[in-house]
Design a protein around this ligand. Sequence first.
Ligand code: NAP
Ligand code: ZN
Ligand code: ZN
Length: 347
Amino acid sequence: MTTVAAYAAPAAKAPLERTTIERREVGAADVLIDIKFAGICHSDIHQAREGWGEAIFPMVPGHEIAGIVSEVGSGVTKYKVGDRVGVGCMVDSCRECDNCKAGLEQYCTGGGMTGTYNAVGKDGEPTYGGYSEKIVVDENYVVRIPDGLSLDVAAPLLCAGITTYSPLKHWNAGPGKKVAVLGMGGLGHMGVKIAHALGAEVTVLSQSLRKKDDGLKLGADHYYATSDPKTFEELRGTFDVILSTVSAPLDLDAYLSLLRTDGAFVNVGAPEEPVRLNLFSVIGGRKTLAGSGIGGIRETQEMLDFCAEHGFGAEIELISASEINDAYERVLASDVRYRFVIDTATI
Ligand code: NAP
Ligand code: ZN
Ligand code: ZN
């Protein structure tokens, strides 16, 4: 066991504070990673404040991890000391079910994926995430960060990047398709960059026009405020795909009206309360209401390579560990441009 410094929430709704945690010995299939940067995902806040239901405390959040391999187990074949690597939302799964075999480990039916934190690993111990100095992970749940991407802007790709890339690919965002990205936060701004790079015509639907200049710079073709009722009249029946990254409950019926016939509203936002739906909103126009969860390991590597080829990472605000609690408040106030990333050297 190795003792490492970390930032943890000691209990639901308590502020995060500095502490130490134990990391397991490096097993035959494991790599030890010196974490350099960890992104703050809104999911960290939902979980640290127990908004999604019972959670495990103390909790070390963080599933947008970028770092350098500093030790490898005797059986490791994919990585060597010095490699630049990332870890996202999962650190294990059953590896035997159809989904695991198909590279959809996030939908593992053999007991579910093991979350990077707020979960219990196969060894019966709780998992602790990226707001820490080091992590030990099985090499099969580690991805390579391409040379062209610096580690700080790559970290958020491990969740915000893959969570938007996977559904955009699945629902065929590309040339000739009109894609709306709902919410311009951590996930949303990556959705804009990726949908644009895939060749789609991109519209941002944000609560206000405050971030319009940024949205257009990141690749959006159009930008509308959802607080303006005229937006819903003007854009009625427009989109092939709406990707919702909103962290709070929404008026789904209003957004479904913006889809064209056979369009899909794909939800990745994970609000803490249920939402209402009038089913006539999907009957008229044969519309799809769908969801999507992160992405598999293979697809996460594909996404990192895609971002490197297109020359972009995330737009980040680098913070020190002592600023985590303030950053949480700013995320909750939709005041993030566009991802807080912790410099883990400050832990
Ligand atoms: P974020 O940075 O806080 O972005 C969410 C954006 O939603 C905000 O920037 C804001 O955009 C908009 N928004 C917030 N409250 C709203 C409200 N009351 N009404 C309308 N719009 C609102 O969060 P994130 O890290 O991108 O995560 C977004 C959601 O996705 C979270 O619920 C998170 O847990 C979930 N998530 C899901 C997955 C998955 O696998 N499905 C993975 C990661 C995260 P504007 O200011 O532009 O309006
Ligand atoms: Zn996340
Ligand atoms: Zn499985």
